[in-house]
Write a new protein. Structure first.
Length: 256
């Protein structure tokens, strides 16, 4: 039953207006990327030379795509997709009806959050599949393996953003405030994501930043190994599981 509920919820969420607006945002990021790569901002070039000691056009693209496009997109989309989970149903009185069915509050929270993660995955992977041929067509030396390895790791950072937004919703229980707190915290994590790059002394602290884990492949562009992909994914899965567990625990005490 839970699997069917999850499938139906994913289908319903994919048809919502907010999801189509999110898809438009991702499409804009993909379409604008060749223009940004052709004329990158000066501060981006400076950071690239300082952190990666290279002017390789592909590394420039990967940095711009990951930081300027995807990092910013996931923090907005996570709030759009999960910032009002359970709370909206509670405010409209639907939650009491839903919980009269054979589903616990924790199970309902987990299904709704996993559904939002699934929609995020569709949008996120779709954006990567759209931008890859656009950039590869005009960029010699496009490294598809490195591009999709980075995508695989960063996707789990996107999942963290969704899970965190869902957690804030059930902790704060007010949609506007929960969305604001989620945006502020995730913006801080995104802003500090490259802390270990420009100051290696802080790399130990940066390890606990899920967004840093998501962009960690950028630190191994010349010597990428399976462990550089699998280890951050494992760390992010642990972080996501912890956030989901906290949300499921909190929602049990939510007044209907």
């Amino acid at each position: 039953m839970k699997a069917r509920f999850l499938w139906l919820d994913v289908r319903a969420m994919l048809g919502e207006r907010k999801t189509w607006l999110a898809a438009g945002m991702m499409a804009y990021a993909a379409i604008s990327m060749p223009v940004l790569v052709a004329k990158p901002p000066e501060h981006v070039l400076s950071a690239l030379k300082g952190w990666f000691t290279t002017t390789d056009p592909f590394i420039l693209f990967l940095f711009i795509w990951t930081d300027l496009a995807m990092n910013k997109s996931i923090l907005v989309l996570s709030v759009v997709l999960a910032g009002s989970l359970v709370i909206r149903e509670r405010e409209t009185g639907q939650l009491a009806v839903l919980l009269s069915k054979p589903v616990s509050p924790a199970s309902y929270f987990l299904v709704r959050t996993l559904s939002a993660c699934a929609v995020m995955a569709v949008l996120y992977v779709g954006a990567h599949l759209a931008v890859a041929p656009l950039v590869a067509r005009s960029m010699p030396g496009f490294r598809s393996g490195l591009f999709f390895a980075s995508m695989a790791v960063h996707l789990f950072a996107a999942f963290f953003a969704v899970c965190f937004s869902a957690l804030m919703a059930v902790l704060i229980r007010k949609r506007a405030l929960a969305g604001l707190v989620s945006l502020l915290v995730l913006s801080l994590l995104v802003g500090l994501a490259f802390m270990g790059f420009y100051n290696p002394a802080w790399s130990g602290l940066a390890f606990f930043n899920p967004i840093t884990q998501g962009i960690s492949v950028l630190g191994h562009v010349d010597d990428l190994r399976p462990g550089h992909v699998l280890l951050p994914i494992a760390v992010l899965m642990g972080m996501n599981a912890a956030v989901l567990a906290l949300g499921a625990l909190r929602v049990r005490h939510l007044e209907v």
